[in-house]
Design a protein around this ligand. Structure first.
Ligand SMILES: *Cc1c(COP(=O)(O)O)cnc(C)c1O
Length: 423
């Protein structure tokens, strides 16, 4: 049996209707921006394997750091114990995060990072004996697949089986160009009519919605409104963190700092699942008390796994090299040129770029759904050409590893141009 045949016998894949979907491609190795399948077909990984891998597959620098940690201290429980790798990650993050972030809480993935932030927002007010139970979120947000993260997410077909079982979430429009005032007014109105604990948002770019972008000033204004009303703000930087937007964090563009930040995806350079939620001292202090009941009773078995921490430290080191920063700039310039080239194409609705993120909306006759027919046609075309891109409906986006070469980038652009002609 091939790997693919064995897979269909035993495995259940994410976001997959096994009856109607194609069989998965078995990948046997990766190097840099490239992957090879079991038949040795080569693919360019133009979405960094779901946005986790900025420094390339099988990165030797991170692998060495992991090996060294594995043979020193692979894991120790974090309840009642601590270790140098966790402390170093915390020190490093506090140095590079927005200045008001002072406390670091570890978990395992983006959803748990969000889950922790939402629980903290709710318990913060519980600890202060204030009844505030509503969470504000953007329309079409994506914050993950655990329950609170799902509740805060707006992509309805993901969550329709669970409607009515969620925490209280009220959605406001995203302040995309021309819709800013509507968004501000909606936020003010929600705050007036509900007991709001927190506002969670993907700063500047809504990834899963199809790389929907909005301005830093609009976000600053929304955060200001929250601050005036003592609503805690949560920046979900799970996708945007670690250089994707051209700065280390998307919040580096925004003049107002959030109360909490969620990190995962590129945190360990795409090697080991790990996540972090960060907090201001003020948030932490609402849990700091002689009363044990005011503590945050949340944890995961592999919290602050030393091996993951070593991978994170190596990744942040790589991100901070001049070479990697130059790569990010190079890709951004290249994207802007490609954007100029195709944005006036008759089949293109709009194209947009921020940092290494590029997205193009393609004209479609039918109302295009997330997994609609154009999406399938595009996806299959890209795979056939050896380029891994996962369009969202009629939106094709690129989020490449920063080490992708110009030649590989040009191939990705060319494939997208061909796809636009084809559909
Ligand atoms: C991917 C993502 C998550 C969820 O992360 P998982 O590791 O898949 O649980 C949460 N928020 C944002 C913005 C994401 O892009």
């Amino acid at each position: 049996m091939t790997l693919t045949e064995k897979d269909s016998q035993y495995l259940w894949h994410p976001y997959t209707q096994h009856k109607t979907s194609q069989t998965p491609i078995a990948i046997s190795r990766g190097e840099g921006a490239l992957l090879w399948d079991e038949n040795n077909k080569e693919y360019i990984d133009a979405i960094a394997s779901w946005w986790v891998n900025p420094f390339g597959h099988s990165n030797k620098f991170i692998a060495d750091a992991i090996y060294k940690q594995l043979t020193t201290l692979e894991h120790v429980l974090f309840g009642g114990f601590t270790h140098e790798p966790a402390i170093k990650v915390a020190e490093k993050l506090i140095e590079i995060l927005p200045k008001n972030q002072q406390k670091i809480f570890f978990s395992d993935n983006g959803s748990t990072a969000v889950e922790v932030a939402i629980k903290v927002a709710l318990q913060y007010f519980f600890n202060k004996n204030e009844k505030r139970t509503t969470i504000i979120a953007f329309e079409n947000a994506f914050h993950g697949d655990t329950f609170a993260a799902m509740a805060a997410s707006g992509i309805s077909f993901y969550t329709q089986a669970f409607q009515g079982m969620f925490i209280d979430v009220v959605r406001i429009p995203v302040p995309v160009k021309g819709q800013e005032e509507e968004s501000f007014e909606a936020l003010k109105n929600v705050i007036k009519t509900h007991n709001c604990a927190g506002f969670i948002f993907e700063p500047l770019v809504q990834g899963a919605a199809g790389m929907v972008m909005y301005e830093a000033d609009a976000l600053a204004k929304l955060i200001q409104i929250c601050k005036e009303n003592k609503v805690l703000t949560i920046a979900d930087e799970v996708m945007t963190g670690f250089g994707k937007t051209g700065k280390t964090f998307a919040m580096d563009y925004v003049s107002e700092d959030p109360d909490m930040i969620c990190l995962s995806k590129a945190l360990t350079g795409g090697t080991i699942p790990m996540a972090i939620t960060t907090f201001t001292q003020e948030v932490f202090d609402a849990f700091y008390d002689d009363d044990i009941n005011k503590a945050l009773f949340h944890g995961h078995t592999f919290t602050a796994n030393p091996t993951g921490c070593a991978a994170a430290l190596a990744s942040i080191d790589l991100l901070q090299t001049d070479e990697m920063q130059a790569n990010i700039e190079r890709i951004n310039k290249s994207h802007l040129e490609f954007q100029q080239k195709i944005e006036n194409h008759s089949k293109v609705i709009t194209a947009r770029t921020l940092g290494v993120i590029f997205a193009v909306e393609i004209k479609s006759d039918a109302e295009e759904s997330y997994y609609g027919s154009m999406r399938t046609k595009l996806y299959n075309f890209f795979i056939d050409k050896g380029v891994i891109l996962r369009p969202v409906g009629n939106i094709a986006y690129i989020l490449p590893p920063y080490i992708m070469t110009d030649e590989q980038l040009q191939k990705v652009y060319k494939t997208i141009e061909e796809a636009i002609e084809m559909v």
